[in-house]
Design a protein around this ligand. Structure first.
Ligand SMILES: NC(=[NH2+])NCCC[C@H](N)C(=O)O
Length: 479
């Protein structure tokens, strides 16, 4: 973290950076993957979905690598690039969207965390993680974490390395066991799905939000590029982390389809890896996974509390967001940013209670919020290489970078399309709410709020947001 806040001031080496990437990517997503993927797709479509994701995410990882290398002076990771490329209003929205995605993701973590603990409570207090007792306990955990982080978590990078290793153990066991339980006939049954699932393209589309969700965090090393010992390590850590996580994800989702059939998987309670392992080895398998999830999500909750705080803090510090968020307390923690972040989580936890919004709805919203920031990074990488900005004349890497930027940009567009309009539309409400914060920041900077193009963009966001809010109010739209 910049300024040596929170995690002390030692510089991060390759190992720690890789742990950061892997640690922020592996949270709750992978543990629910079998159900989430099978909910709308058969094995064939799931494999196609992973192939698309492999190329798309690999190029996105390369985009972060290229940007770290070509634009080392840009701080703030994801939103810093959007701002450099597309001006302050778009930059603000990228920071805002990223930040909201980070904390809504944490709301989903709380839900799935208590859903996993629910497996051990015989009275069913925690249910699917959004019952009254679950929300009360989640709130207590939230504020405990808040005060811990506000006091300054020195050695957070170290804690992260430990939890990252700890969460790999149950996953490795899962894969090892499921390989033995794998049954080719089960796998082949309904390979191309059933009529209820629709066409193969529809099935593939249905998997796209989930595949992005499980890769969120791939930008983890970029976010902390200011603290890396060597800039080249940021890119290396991103690509190593990507490959490692990719193998785990594909193994977990594809192997599960050889243990239970698609309709059986689709009906599992999340974390669904527990149900798969239970089918393979009995009750202890489910217990193992539920414990693994609690450790994994616990670690990821800490990592994402720091990331969300860091995102708002960096944006506040450079004037993209109001300066108040850029202030550190005496322990070197961005206390204001953390209060705002965790306050928002608290409000959303209460909303999940009344809306009974489950894990899947929350992660879909969190993922939709990050699509635009990711897309803007890809587009920016494409633009700088096309303009030869940051490249020497005759740089032999240019052609490669053009292809990477192009594929990543196309992937970004495809994701927005595949994710479907619903969550994107809902996310406009949250982008519209950001407007006053933007105006506040511009005022502090004594800058004109908008160019005319930015003004038009803001108006569109406002209209769409208001309309979505209206539909949400009438019940025409729900989480
Ligand atoms: N709290 C968050 N914003 N988490 C986003 C990262 C999600 C992570 N890839 C997972 O599968 O769990």
């Amino acid at each position: 973290m910049s300024d040596g806040t929170q995690a002390g001031s030692q510089k991060l080496k390759l190992g720690a950076l890789t742990a950061l990437v892997v640690g922020s990517m592996i949270g709750g997503g992978i543990f629910s993957l079998p159900q989430n993927m099978a909910a709308g797709a058969g094995a064939g479509a799931i494999i196609i979905g992973w192939v698309i994701t492999f190329f798309g995410m690999l190029t996105l990882a390369f985009v972060f690598q290229t940007l770290a290398f070509r634009k080392p002076e840009i701080e703030g990771g994801v939103y810093g690039y959007a701002r450099a490329g597309f001006g302050p209003y778009v930059g603000f929205n990228s920071a805002w969207g990223y930040w909201i995605s980070a904390w809504i993701g944490n709301v989903s973590y709380f839900v799935v965390f208590f859903s996993a603990l629910g497996a051990f409570d015989a009275l069913g207090f925690f249910g699917d993680g959004n019952t009254m007792p679950a929300v009360v306990c989640a709130s207590i955990l939230l504020w405990a974490l808040h005060f811990m982080v506000c006091r300054g978590v020195h050695g957070a990078a170290f804690i992260n390395t430990v939890t990252t290793v700890a969460k790999l153990v149950p996953l490795a066991l899962f894969i090892g066991i499921v390989i033995f339980a794998f049954n080719v006939e089960t796998f082949n049954l309904g390979f191309w799905g059933s009529p209820t699932l629709g066409s193969v393209v529809d099935q593939v589309k249905s998997t796209m939000l989930v595949t992005v969700w499980v890769f969120i965090g791939i930008e983890g090393a970029s976010m902390f590029s200011g603290r890396a010992e060597k800039m080249a390590d940021v890119g290396k850590a991103t690509v190593i982390g990507f490959l490692l996580v990719m193998v785990l994800l594909v193994a977990v989702s594809v192997l599960s389809m050889g243990v239970l059939t698609q309709p059986e998987l689709a009906a599992l309670k999340n974390p669904s890896t527990a149900g798969v392992l239970k089918a393979a080895v009995g009750d202890w398998g489910a217990a193992l996974i539920n414990i693994g999830l609690v450790i994994s999500v616990g670690g990821a909750l800490l990592a994402w509390t720091l990331l969300a705080g860091e995102a708002a803090y960096l944006a506040g510090k450079d004037g993209t967001m109001p300066a108040a968020f850029g202030r550190l307390n005496k322990n070197g923690s961005p206390a204001n940013a953390l209060w705002l972040t965790n306050g928002c989580i608290q409000v959303f936890l209460i909303i999940t209670l009344f809306n009974s919004a489950g894990y899947l709805a929350l992660l879909s919203l969190a993922t939709s919020m990050i699509l635009i920031p990711y897309f803007l990074c890809a587009l920016y990488a494409l633009i700088i290489v096309l303009k030869s900005d940051g490249y020497e004349a005759g740089d032999s890497k240019r052609l490669k970078d053009i292809v990477i930027g192009l594929v990543a940009t196309v992937y970004g567009v495809w994701l927005v399309y595949a994710a479907g309009p619903k969550y994107l539309f809902l996310s406009m409400i949250l982008y519209a709410v950001g407007l006053p914060f933007y105006l506040w920041a511009r005022r502090e900077q004594k800058e004109r709020p908008f160019t005319s193009l930015e003004g038009i963009l803001a108006a569109i966001v406002l209209v769409l947001g208001a309309y979505a809010a209206y539909e949400l109010g009438t019940g025409a739209l729900s989480l």
